[in-house]
Structures are given as structure tokens and as C-alpha cells.
Write a protein of this length. Structure first.
Ligand SMILES: [Zn+2]
Length: 292
């Protein structure tokens, strides 16, 4: 019954620590009831280590989860050469975007001003900050000898008659009664890669999109461990992951990778063991960023 004891002690310790925060902060924290025990005293501050997953975002790393990477981004935005921009310019969660348009100023005698917006992000445009690119084994997506109407698709969640399957069989872009192996190049492209397009299926407005990008969005948005078992089994069979050829797995844009502090790039530092990183930082003598 040791786990019962440890959980009780951990819950009480956590509750005691939470009580030291202001009522405002406590409002944002998980609310724990006092454990159902007669007496529990003499508890010192406990550090509770559990084995829960950090979260399902495939872009999270040791650096982002601990905020160490956020500190490095500030360091590079202040000291890096060439100067690239704020900390966002080194974030692999932030894409570089550009927009422009007209802005009307005032209600009467309104005049239009041309404005443009630019944000520099650190995201590698090829892999969108994941560090790896995916490829799908077509032979695992469909059985070329079967037609779509016969259930040629092999991805989970695309059972004949379901909405996912009807999107393809009733799209009208190809003959659902023809074996996929006999599709023309154009038809195969529409099936696998077509850009999103609105269409009416069975009287309902739906968005049609090729099977490959659709599966990528719906199934590969989580990292492998957080997937449901049947999805994970399919992904293991059908999808291959390769290091992104553009950023070489660093997740960062070429601009962000080129910036140096004391001869080192942020990607190089990110690849270090945490102890080596601490030692490198300790040798850096920069009073302007000393609090970091
Ligand atoms: Zn990349």
C-alpha cells in the first residue's frame, strides 16, 4: 500500500504549498481537497516527481518545457549578430508572416492609409518547426486492386459509409467504382494531394482535401506516444519520418541559425547536454544580460 501512502503525503504537501500562494493565483491552480486522514503533520516541502507526459505537441522539447529555450531566445535577440529581431525570431513555433492592406483613419473625411505588417519568426518553413518531415507509403493508404466503393482505403476512420469515406467516394473528382490502380495521374493527384476545396456532398457543405494532407493534419498533429493505439499502429505502418533536409532537424529557419553569440549558433547550444550548456553560459561575460 506504499503508493496510497505516497499519494496521500504528496497531495497534502502540494495542498500546503498551494495555500502559500495568493487567493488570486490559487484560482488558477488545481484545487485539492484535504486528504481524508485523522492527522498528518511534520511534512516538509516535498518535491513530487511523477511520470505524466508533458503534452501532445510534437514541437515541445526539453528546452521549451523547462523555459531554458525561452531564455536562450532572449539572449540571442539581445546579443546575436547579425541582429535578427525579438525573441520570436528564434522561436520554432512562430512562422514568418507578412501582410499588407488599407486602413481607414477617422469616420468623417476618412482617408485610407496603406499599412503593412511583418513578423519574423524562427520556424523552419519546410518542416514547420517539427524538425522532421513525413512521407507516406502509398501502398499502405489504398489497395490498388480495389475501387473506393469497394473500400480501397486502408486508413483507420475511413470505413465505407462513414463521412470520411463519403467525402472521397462522392466527390465526383474520379470514378469511385474504378480500381485505384487504374486512376490517371490527375485522378490520383486529386485523391492524394488536392488542395482544400469546398463542395456539397449529400446536400451538405464540406471541405474536400487530398488524403495525404488530411491524414497529416488529423493524425500527425500529436506526437507518437499520445496517439490512440490503432492510429499509432497505422502511422507506424504507413508513415516514415526523416530528418528535415532544410534545417537538419534543428526546427529553425536559416536566418535564425545564422545568428551567432560568442561564435555559437542557437541550434548548436540547443543540442548540448544541459550541463555543457550551463558551463558555456557561465563563461559568457555579458553584463547587459547578467540577470538571465
Ligand atoms: Zn526544418
Amino acid at each position: 500500500k506504499s503508493s496510497l501512502v505516497f499519494h496521500t503525503v504528496a497531495a497534502e504537501s502540494q495542498r500546503l504549498i498551494n495555500e502559500t500562494y495568493s487567493a488570486f493565483v490559487q484560482g488558477f491552480m488545481p484545487n485539492r481537497a484535504r486528504p481524508d486522514v485523522d492527522v498528518l503533520d511534520g511534512l516538509t516541502t516535498a518535491i513530487v516527481v511523477d511520470q505524466q507526459r508533458l503534452g501532445g505537441d510534437p514541437r515541445s522539447t526539453v528546452g521549451t518545457a523547462t523555459d531554458a529555450y525561452a531564455m536562450l531566445r532572449v539572449l540571442y535577440s539581445r546579443l546575436g549578430t547579425p541582429h535578427l529581431g525579438g525573441p520570436g525570431a528564434f522561436s520554432f513555433n512562430t512562422a514568418t508572416v507578412e501582410a499588407s492592406g488599407a486602413l481607414s483613419v477617422g469616420k468623417e473625411h476618412a482617408r485610407a492609409e496603406k499599412v503593412s505588417f511583418h513578423r519574423t519568426g524562427g520556424m523552419c518553413p519546410r518542416c514547420e518547426g517539427r524538425g522532421s518531415v513525413t512521407d507516406m507509403d502509398r501502398t499502405r493508404l489504398y489497395d490498388a486492386s480495389k475501387s473506393l466503393a469497394d473500400g480501397a482505403r486502408l486508413a483507420p476512420g475511413y470505413k465505407a459509409g462513414g463521412w470520411n469515406a463519403r467525402l472521397y467516394t462522392e466527390s465526383g473528382l474520379y470514378d469511385a467504382g474504378k480500381p485505384v490502380g487504374e486512376f490517371t495521374e490527375r485522378e490520383l493527384h486529386d485523391l492524394l494531394y488536392r488542395e482544400p476545396v469546398r463542395m456539397k456532398i449529400a446536400g451538405i457543405n464540406m471541405t474536400y482535401e487530398g488524403l495525404v494532407p488530411r491524414i497529416r493534419k488529423s493524425m500527425l498533429a500529436k506526437d507518437r506516444e499520445s496517439m490512440q493505439p490503432h492510429i499509432r499502429a497505422f502511422v507506424d505502418r504507413a508513415v516514415t519520418f526523416a530528418t528535415c533536409p532544410e534545417c537538419e532537424g534543428t526546427r529553425l529557419s536559416a536566418e535564425a541559425r545564422a545568428v551567432r553569440v560568442a561564435g555559437k549558433g542557437i541550434a548548436e547550444l540547443s543540442a548540448l547536454q544541459i550541463g555543457d550548456l550551463a558551463a558555456w553560459l557561465a563563461r559568457l561575460d555579458e553584463p547587459s544580460v547578467a540577470p538571465l
